[in-house]
Ligand binder design. Structure first.
Ligand SMILES: [Cu+2]
Length: 476
């Protein structure tokens, strides 16, 4: 028998070790056919305990009884749609249109939306982006409900408790369904003269409400017009104004106190974010132009009036110091929970697929943190991004206020946000009150990134979900 020298064995053992390690990493990354978000990640400081008893999110509904003040039926279909500018694209519609019908309500009204899925094979849901609805109305497939299969329906009911500019979109296979048209505006307490600008890129062309290029908006000289900009795209956009100064009346649905006029500066609107820009039509017969990039813009003024479009300003408004301070209504100094949401990127396996994936606190989905809170907790969260790309971070069910960026404290009017751009290399500290019990997702609103695992959860002690991700439920 020939003897094999030990030197010859070393590379074999090393190769086996590498293959074995990779094989284990691959196997370990495989997701079960379906799973509960309550099983995800180690809750920091809770010794790995998981909670399967308690109040079901299914019980955390809006008012179930009584007539609604605003009642809408939205029928989802997969079909060819003709956009406002005449182009037609294959995609998804609500009541045969994309964007879907605008839902308008007055504060305090009960809103009821019946979602009917006629022909979207993958199933659909509706999520009220930025609107702090009760958990069961939040529309996240596999977390707060099951996706609505073709031939089925689902009723959402919630009180329009907050005024402002919001939007709705499917939260089932959202990276595909939102991009291809399943969304619309939700506007509470708007003036008749307000204009909603839903910015969306269809088949590679940026539009405002489905219209590429310039859209004329009729307004009298001297009139104040509030343009409610909504970024429904996957990436950051910038808005700017030609022909007059503008004021940033609201960000993410929250009014900015004493908003000073802005000139020669653009405003960054993160994916999912909103900004209400107030412009005044000049008295001299000219117009004002609001641009949102890629040639899409609104021309606001009397019929036939024009304005020379200025180039996109290089500098941006810094919301950290914009406007006058106001009381927050709670004390972030009295925090009862502190969380870290550190975003990175590394090679690994995600459900068996090799790739360069996003990490949260160094770990790959689904081994990401479960942020556990109790009702009434004052929460401070540090969001740190060292991943090489920008991420518009979106926490459901809560509005957070920005405390600082890169160690510099906020000094402007309170920067309440639900869609916060965290650029590569930046660190934000935010705070919020845990006042809306449930299981909430906290993810990147570049929805492709969310589908690649940039998704964590905020869950309340004593709340559990009967829904499972997998099978028919694919929230991202
Ligand atoms: Cu991202």
């Amino acid at each position: 028998m020939r003897r094999i020298g030990w030197r010859a064995v070393i590379p074999v053992v090393a190769a086996l070790a590498i293959v074995g390690t990779l094989g284990w990493a691959w196997f370990d990354s495989l997701l079960p056919e379906s799973y509960s978000v309550m099983d995800m990640g180690p809750p920091p400081g809770h010794g790995g305990m998981h909670h399967h008893d308690g109040v079901s999110v299914a019980a955390l509904t809006g008012p179930r009884d009584g007539p609604a003040d605003v009642s809408v039926t939205l029928v989802a279909r997969a079909e060819r749609v003709t956009l406002a500018d005449g182009r037609s694209v294959m995609g998804y519609t609500l009541n045969h249109t994309s964007p879907g019908p605008q839902i308008r309500a007055r504060r305090g009204q009960l809103v009821e939306v019946r979602l009917v899925n006629e022909s979207v094979a993958g199933g659909v849901t509706l999520h009220w982006h930025g609107y702090d609805v009760p958990n069961a109305e939040d529309g996240v497939a596999g977390v707060t409900q099951d996706a609505v299969a073709p031939g089925h329906d689902h009723v959402y009911r919630f009180v329009a408790a907050d005024a402002g500019t919001y939007w709705y979109h499917s939260h089932q296979l959202s990276h595909e369904q939102v991009q291809r048209g399943l969304f619309g505006a939700l506007i509470v307490d708007a003036a008749d003269s307000d204009r909603v600008a839903l910015v969306h890129t269809y088949a590679g062309r940026r539009t405002i409400g489905g219209r590429a290029g310039t859209t004329a908006v009729s307004a009298a000289p001297g009139a104040t017009v509030r343009v409610r900009v909504v970024n429904t795209d996957q990436g950051t956009m910038r808005a700017w104004v030609s022909g007059a100064a503008y004021r940033i009346g609201a960000v993410d649905g929250h009014e900015r106190a004493d908003a000073p006029p802005v000139r020669d500066l653009a405003l960054v609107v993160p994916a999912g974010g909103r900004a209400d820009l107030e412009v005044v039509v000049p008295d001299g017969g000219g117009a004002v132009r609001v641009d949102v990039g890629a040639g899409a813009g609104l021309l606001v003024g009397p019929e036939g009036a024009g304005v020379e479009a200025s180039a996109e300003p290089r500098a941006s408004v810094d919301l950290l110091s914009y406007g006058a301070p106001e009381p927050l209504g709670f004390d972030p100094g009295a925090a009862t929970q502190r969380f870290e949401y550190r975003i990175g990127r590394r090679p690994g396996f995600l459900d068996g697929r090799p790739g360069l994936w996003w990490t949260v606190n160094g770990r790959l989905y689904p081994d990401v943190p479960m942020f556990m809170v109790g009702l009434g907790d004052v929460v401070r969260m540090t969001i740190e991004n060292h991943s090489g790309e920008t991420h518009p971070m979106h926490l459901h069910g809560h509005h957070a206020v920005v405390l600082s960026r890169d160690g510099v404290a906020a000094t402007g009017s309170p920067w309440w946000t639900d869609s916060l751009e965290v650029a590569d290399g930046e660190t934000y500290e935010i705070a919020f009150v845990a006042d809306n019990p449930g299981a909430w997702v906290d993810h990147c609103h570049n929805l492709a990134h969310a589908a690649e695992g940039l998704m964590a959860h905020l869950a309340y002690e004593g709340v559990t979900t009967p829904y499972r991700i997998g099978g028919g439920n694919q929230p991202e």
